[in-house]
Ligand binder design. Structure first.
Ligand code: ADP
Ligand code: MG
Length: 344
């Protein structure tokens, strides 16, 4: 098998706690591993409640912040060790689409500026004519036409239009991977469906993979190939999206999915699963499973070490819960229980 496109290996990210830094230490991600193969292109969902570490993961993958421990490799190359030249190429191949598209626009420039900058920075076109054709093609991919939007200012567009333009800009650069952090959480239902459809087309017709970050399980169910469910910075469960959501195994994920009235199309976090203050729990649990305080199936064992991922079903389905430990098996290597190193 060829080298993975993206390999996140045992990544931990700690905020605060460095030399001379006071205030709280937050373990935003702990020992997280995730791999995206070069092909076929896939939509890999990372889902979790607010504060579970999703945006931290996006920022790490995009190279905006560095891991406290662990490795992130793009086609075998460590992102944190890239030279400026390598980072520039990486920033072309790995694009970002964020939750609030307004923030990434400069309000004083017309929309065409977004595309002009990308074309100039990455030397994408040899002539004005070629540039115009590329922009038109990219806009067509997201169902827009240049004459509708290029001369407008960002505030003259709807949130959905701004988000589609961001996807068009990402497409223009012909990336291998798009990191999309809650790309549809600020747009209404009809536009959400349109943007999700564009993501599927980019995957199927253009071979672009997605790291799709969301707090909404219903959209993951609609478009995701694989899913990683985070609980307070750790992977509670992962596997094929339909398999995981139809047959959840981790008590936390079961609680989440049980609390969803089927066939309600909008699967959201809620019900019994979110009655406890999450931030409070984050600092209160120092060892063992982070879900222990809220778990209705907890055991003595769960306080002693963090459960590793155990196989629980077909298609790579795994859950980080001691309920699935095979007594006959040799004890798997548990995750690191040492104090996590301070942030950089
Ligand atoms: P999500 O995107 O899932 O809501 P985040 O990755 O934004 O989660 O945050 C994970 C945890 O890390 C939260 O407890 C948050 O308060 C904390 N955090 C995020 N960014 C910072 C930062 N720059 N400095 C300190 N703590 C942070
Ligand atoms: Mg976030």
């Amino acid at each position: 098998m060829s080298q993975p496109l993206l390999e996140i290996e045992n990544v931990t990210k700690v905020y605060g706690g460095g030399f001379l830094q006071r205030g709280p230490v937050t373990v935003a991600l702990q020992d997280l591993s995730l791999t995206i193969q070069q092909e076929p292109a896939k939509i890999i969902t990372v889902a979790g409640e607010s504060g579970s570490g999703k945006t931290t993961l996006a920022n790490l993958v995009l190279g905006f912040i560095k891991p406290t421990a662990g490795h992130i490799r793009y086609r075998g190359q460590e992102v944190a060790a890239m030279t400026p030249q390598e980072l520039k190429q990486y920033r072309r191949e790995v694009q970002a689409v964020f939750q609030d598209p307004y923030e990434v626009y400069n309000p004083f420039y017309r929309v065409k500026h977004v595309f002009d900058m990308a074309i100039r920075n990455f030397h994408l076109a040899r002539s004005r004519q070629e540039a115009r054709e590329m922009v038109e093609e990219a806009l067509n991919v997201v169902g827009m036409r240049g004459e509708e939007v290029l001369e407008k200012y960002p505030h003259q567009l709807s949130g959905g239009q701004r988000q589609r333009i961001m996807v068009a800009r990402a497409y223009l650069l012909k990336p291998r991977l798009i990191v999309a952090d809650e790309p549809v959480s600020m747009v209404d239902a009809s536009l959400r469906a349109m943007i999700l459809d564009i993501m599927l087309r980019l995957r199927d017709e253009h071979g672009i993979s997605f790291l799709y970050i969301t707090h909404d399980l219903s959209t993951a169910y609609q478009i995701g190939d694989e899913i990683y469910l985070l609980y307070q910075g750790t992977v509670a469960e992962r596997g094929d999206t339909v398999e995981v959501i139809d047959h959840p195994k981790h008590p936390y994920v079961q609680l989440l999915i049980d609390s969803i009235p089927v066939p309600d199309p909008t699967i959201r976090w809620g019900g019994r699963a979110t009655t406890v203050d999450d931030e409070e729990m984050r600092v209160n649990v120092h060892s063992g499973c982070r879900f222990y305080p809220r778990c209705d199936q907890r055991m003595e064992r769960c306080l002693q070490s963090i459960p590793p991922l155990y196989p629980v079903g077909p298609k790579g389905h795994e859950a980080a819960c001691f309920l699935y430990e095979e007594p006959s098996q040799a004890t798997p290597t548990t995750r690191s229980e040492e104090a996590v190193p301070a942030a950089d």
